[in-house]
Design a protein around this ligand. Structure first.
Ligand code: NI
Length: 162
């Protein structure tokens, strides 16, 4: 278990395209576990490979529901439907939030942590998170999609000082 450093806005790795993972081995499983630990440490809902400095098509998502952390290798959207206007942020852009348009429903194919092919359908928040994280794998950031005039800078809360 290890918490990795999250790369932030201005780090050019966030703009690069990630490569497919060819073999899902122990090393990949270790990275996925570290990504989940990192995600939880930052209280985030999703994290992608480039955000911890790895140009690998790896994504973890946790909506803190009964689905638990979802670990995805080489996720690919095969179908999407509808749209939703959502409030969104990103661990690589601390304290920034904006409104953007995301698909309402997405279906993806991916490999799970055992290298098994899976299909997953997500709606609403899960569709938003999947779409946000897959964008990261292609160097696309939520700030590229902001509805003009909706970007807000929120002061960090004082939790760390309590
Ligand atoms: Ni993000």
């Amino acid at each position: 278990m290890a918490i990795r450093i999250v790369r932030e806005d201005g780090d050019e790795i966030l703009r690069k395209k990630s490569r497919e993972v060819e073999v899902v081995d122990d090393k990949i499983r270790q990275i996925l576990d570290d990504m989940v630990d990192t995600l939880h440490n930052y209280n985030g809902v999703g994290l992608a490979g480039p955000q911890i400095g790895l140009l690998k098509r790896l994504v973890v998502i946790d909506l803190y529901d009964d689905k638990g952390p979802i670990k995805l290798v080489n996720p690919k959207i095969i179908k999407q439907k509808g749209e939703q206007e959502v409030e969104e942020g990103c661990l690589s852009f601390p304290n920034q939030f904006a409104k953007i348009i995301r698909p309402l429903e997405v279906t993806i194919e991916a490999l799970d942590e055992n290298g098994k092919k899976i299909k997953l359908k997500g709606e609403k928040l899960l569709a938003q998170a999947i779409s946000h994280e897959i964008d990261h794998l292609d160097g696309i950031l939520f700030v590229d999609k902001i509805i003009p005039g909706t970007l807000q800078y929120v002061e960090p809360d004082d939790e760390k000082n309590k």
